[in-house]
Design a protein around this ligand. Structure first.
Ligand code: NIG
Ligand code: FE
Length: 384
């Protein structure tokens, strides 16, 4: 494979030290081979002139629900007219997903993956969770695997209507046969531990079964109200506790004393008109913070990491450097990956070129599509 010199970079954010100005980078095959001052750049087979614009690592979206059919625009509109969000809305999407054929599910996810990549995301997670039968969860994960290895079994999203009178039976199914049939296509296991979904004991039991089946836990924790989600996540060694909107001091301490990443999802607070999580408090306590889209048809129908960055800066007490770091390196930590989220020799050549002189513009110019070109594994995915 030819080596490629990315030359004339106005600002290069590597996530290893301060941003470099007047920089260059060499990509060899699918990896970064060199970064440094443009004046010291080695000769390469090909050259990309970055025109003085900013280059940064591709976003790592560690939390996305892309396997579903239909949408819930009317539910969103009703919320904006004063209705409250409740976890039960998930069942609307469950019906539509069960009724959809594989082709429909695949094409919907493909459309959303296209949006993610176009907006600068180069690594993304996909959850199941809108099937809630053995067949529908297993096929959701088999389809998700066609897009990413970062697949998450979320059979414990809510208790489906047909098990309304037999919660224990559903928990047993999720931790038993459903898990066994889903595990071959899943890396992670997740539980929605919250009001209207699963309690602390149910969550612990399901995650332990996942661990026994070789999956690593992550938890939807403390989104709608304070509860045991964060504590259970830390206790089982989860890679991340996601949402973290309603935390007490013990939760913050538990996260700070653990390797569990707090993944914040401001698209959900935006789209449910809820109070945002306090990122400042978590960062000041030493917690590793990630930002992700939570892309789903109920509470956060966005694929835009730049939107999440802008919201995190404006509403959650993050500085711009902290927010961009959380959307790249933070997401990588939440997926326990050290090959993405940074542009250093040996890392994957997953990067974007902005239509702006500095990465600060990602928050400074909200709502403007600044992502000009994107490369995944050294291959450009935005132009020929
Ligand atoms: O992350 N919190 C649980 N799951 C989604 C909501 C799903 C839905 O309402 O369809 C979330 O916000
Ligand atoms: Fe979610």
């Amino acid at each position: 494979m030819p080596s490629v010199l990315f030359d004339n970079i106005g600002e290069l954010l590597t996530n290893a030290g301060d941003p470099l100005s007047d920089a260059a980078m060499v990509v060899d095959g699918d990896l970064v081979a060199w970064t440094g001052p443009a004046a010291a750049a080695p000769d390469c087979d090909e050259r990309v002139d970055c025109g003085g614009a900013a280059v940064l690592p591709g976003f790592v979206d560690s939390h996305a629900h892309l396997m579903f059919a239909g949408d819930r625009a009317a539910e969103f509109a009703a919320r904006m007219a004063g209705e409250r969000y409740a976890a039960g809305g998930i069942r609307t999407t469950v019906s539509a997903t069960r009724d959809a054929d594989d082709e429909t599910l695949f094409r919907n996810a493909q459309r959303l993956v296209g949006e993610l990549i176009r907006s600068g995301t180069t690594t993304f997670e996909i959850k199941s969770g809108y099937g809630l039968t053995v067949r529908d969860e297993a096929r959701s994960l088999a389809l998700a695997r066609k897009f990413t290895d970062e697949t998450t079994f979320l059979g414990a999203h809510v208790v489906p209507a047909e098990y309304a009178d037999d919660r224990a039976g559903y928990v047993e199914l999720v931790a038993g046969q459903m898990l066994q049939e889903c595990a071959p296509n899943a890396r992670w296991i997740d539980v929605f531990c919250d009001a209207g979904a699963f309690d602390g004991d149910e969550t612990r039991g399901i995650l332990q079964a996942g661990l026994d089946a070789g999956l690593t836990p992550r938890v939807h924790a403390n989104q709608l109200q304070h509860g045991p989600g964060v504590q259970v996540a830390v206790e089982v060694g989860a890679a991340s506790a996601d949402h973290c909107t309603h935390l007490n001091a013990a939760d913050v301490d538990a996260l700070a004393g653990s390797s569990t990443v707090a993944t914040l999802l401001p698209g959900a607070e935006f789209s449910t008109r809820s109070p945002y999580p306090d990122a400042r408090r978590l960062l000041d306590a030493g917690v590793t913070v990630a930002l992700a889209t939570d892309c789903n048809p109920g509470t956060s129908y966005t694929t835009s990491m730049p939107l999440c960055i802008a919201l995190a800066v404006r509403e959650m007490g993050m500085t711009v450097p902290e927010a961009v770091r959380a959307a790249t390196l933070g997401g990588a930590a939440a997926l326990r990956r050290d090959d993405v989220g940074r542009l250093v020799p040996g890392a994957r050549a997953d990067l974007m070129l902005l239509n702006a002189p500095s990465y600060l513009h990602l928050a400074y110019r909200p709502g403007v599509d600044l992502v000009d070109r994107v490369w995944r594994g050294g291959q450009e995915v935005t132009r020929g």
